[in-house]
Ligand binder design. Structure first.
Ligand code: DHE
Length: 561
């Protein structure tokens, strides 16, 4: 083919097109059969939509529309699109990733699937159906009404130290007894549960699947039991409960990527009550048809949820005292809001506007933005980590997907002993050096003298399979590397097994790490002693398939991190 000249090639393509054969050129997307489109749609939903959006307008990932045109502040126009890139280039990007943060899929998708996706994204995006309050009601299943549930805890498990562990590709959740390290029960959930959250009482675990299926699990039974389910939409990532005094276990809120909206449900039955759309204007003044709901967090100091809307950069404080006459304060911050957590005082919510390379600090007491802080590339805190820095006082930390540092941001405090640090507030006061980029989660505990960090998205096996632990008393010292894959004792595997999401137990003396292998690999939860950094135990079992997020009941209830 390399010796075929351009006019010859064009004639060749035109000839094939006349014969009705499938060929892409500048204006026509490659043909696909209905069957190919269906399977590409499914792969897109499972692997791509999270970063690029259902309508492919881009967020953490690039815009993937067939054509796009942009005008900058000076009126200069640029254009691009997947059609311009073409099948061969797109195949390369999908297979090998990019320096901009796109991960490589050559060990996840087959060559045929990569070709399929390269052709699919040159076609106009499919717009999925809307999902109304009535659709939610139709999907709602109350398996056990409240009056038929246990009146007291029927088991002897220390519920505060239970861990809810996502078994991502199995579509299940493992509840593990944190005291004995034994698997208590594995339950069916929605596809690839993203997070688990706890009711204010600590009795119920809520999960939300990527497919929008939400479950409520009652831990008062002899064995944990799913008592209701409801669908929030077709693509979801977040739920939280009402935690303010007088509203404990009363409501649940769920956010969806598609349709872009949040829903309020009864906290004990999941009966749908209200749906609120998040479509609207970005902070730059453009209309966005797909502003997805990213993190949601319940306030401990007010009857409010903080709802972070990704594409618009608007942070909504939703007052749940009167659901019929819902009051919402909308705070402008920066685009591409993603994940975040409370500062130590639980007054300020710190949320990453990841593709803007910023962190927004929201003052939930005044209902205003306290600061927008510039950080290194693509902050990704999970819920972040709070501790008192020896030189700068209280700090909240975030790692970065796109930079080899952990940023420490000074947070304001009403406590008189921290008044002297005021001049540093809302600034990055230190960047801790990591062995590379690709960090997803950081974690500490008020009783710990360590800051635990992972790097599962780093392309180097050695880095992705390890966690790095900083000494809070000597932050200039290199972090200690713990080789989680090796410590798991599992046989070596061809694919990288990513060490991800450190989570403390309730006492704050153990740290649990997921070793996230392939669907067919044996995976494990590796537990370390926080004081000595020595391996304590490995939980491995054929049921532990693709473990990712872990949520300790006590730490999740009280936002301890
Ligand atoms: Fe997550 C939190 C979205 C990929 C594991 N993730 C979140 C939150 C959002 C989000 C909005 C905050 C929820 C909240 O607090 O209410 N995650 C997304 C994506 O859009 C993205 C980038 C792509 C996708 O298609 O989903 C994505 N996330 C992943 C993964 O690949 C991870 C590593 C493995 C998995 O299970 O899918 C993953 N995300 C997590 C975890 C949390 C999370 C463990 C909760 C962190 C915590 O400590 O609270």
């Amino acid at each position: 083919m390399s010796i075929v000249t351009r006019p010859l090639l064009t004639g060749f393509i035109a000839g094939l097109s006349l014969l009705g054969l499938s060929v892409a050129h500048a204006n026509n997307p490659p043909d696909m059969t209905a069957e190919e489109k269906e399977s590409a749609k499914q792969i897109y939903f499972e692997r791509c939509a999270g970063c690029h959006g259902v309508l492919r307008k881009g967020a953490t990932g690039k815009n993937l529309e067939p054509h796009w045109e942009k005008t900058d502040a000076d009126g200069n126009k640029t254009n691009g699109g997947t059609l311009k890139l073409g099948t061969k280039r797109l195949e390369k990007i999908i297979a090998y990733g990019t320096e901009g943060g796109m991960v490589n899929y050559d060990d996840i998708l087959t060559k045929e699937e990569i070709n399929l996706m390269a052709r699919y994204i040159q076609n106009t995006p499919d717009v999925p159906p809307e999902f109304s309050l009535q659709d939610m009601k139709d999907s709602w299943k109350l398996i056990v009404p409240v009056d038929q549930r246990p009146k007291k805890q029927l088991n002897k498990i220390n519920l505060k130290n239970v861990f809810a562990i996502t078994l991502r590709d199995a579509g299940k959740l493992a509840l593990v007894d944190g005291d004995t390290h034994k698997i208590w029960k594995v339950l069916d959930t929605g596809y690839a549960v993203h997070i688990s959250r706890l009711s204010a009482s600590g009795r119920y675990v809520y999960t939300v699947g990527r497919d929008g299926l939400t479950t409520i699990i009652d831990m008062w039974y002899e064995e944990p039991t799913t008592v209701a389910t409801v669908r929030l939409g077709s693509d979801a990532r977040s739920v939280d409960t009402s935690k303010f005094e007088g509203f404990e276990d009363k409501y649940l809120i769920g956010g969806t990527y598609w349709p872009p909206q949040f829903s309020i449900m009864d906290g004990e039955t999941l009966e749908p009550i209200k749906v609120v759309s998040t479509r609207g204007q970005t902070v730059d003044g453009e209309y966005h048809p797909e502003p997805r709901v990213a993190s949601i967090v319940a306030s401990h100091i007010k009857p409010e949820w903080v709802v972070n809307v990704k594409e618009t950069g608007q942070i909504m404080l939703v007052d749940y005292t009167d659901i019929k006459n819902l009051k919402t304060t909308t705070i402008e911050s920066a685009k591409f809001l993603h994940d975040g957590g409370w500062d130590a005082s639980k007054r300020y919510f710190m949320v990453a506007a990841n593709a803007s390379n910023k962190v927004a600090a929201v003052d939930t007491k005044t209902g205003k933005l306290a600061a927008l802080i510039d950080t290194a590339k693509i902050p990704h805190p999970g819920r972040g980590a709070n501790f008192v820095h020896p030189k700068f006082g209280p700090v909240w930390s975030t790692g970065h997907l796109g930079a080899d540092v952990v940023s420490l941001i000074s947070t304001a405090s009403d406590e008189p002993q921290y008044a002297k640090y005021k001049e540093h507030n809302w600034k990055v006061v230190q960047e801790l050096k990591m062995p590379g980029a690709g960090n997803l989660f950081v974690k500490t505990h008020p009783k710990s003298e360590h800051l635990w960090t992972d790097a599962p998205m780093n392309p180097e096996r050695e880095v992705a399979e390890s966690v790095y632990v900083f000494d809070l008393n000597d932050l200039d010292k290199e972090p200690k590397r713990l080789d989680v894959a090796k410590d798991s004792g599992l046989p070596e595997s061809k694919a990288i097994r990513r060490a991800v999401h450190p989570e403390f137990n309730a006492a704050g003396d153990e740290v649990w790490i997921s070793l996230w292998g392939g669907k067919a690999d044996q995976s494990a939860i590796v537990i370390y002693d926080d004081k000595t950094l020595k391996l304590k135990q490995v939980i491995t079992d054929p049921a532990i398939v693709t473990p990712t997020g872990k949520f300790n009941v006590y730490n999740t209830m009280y936002d301890v991190y």
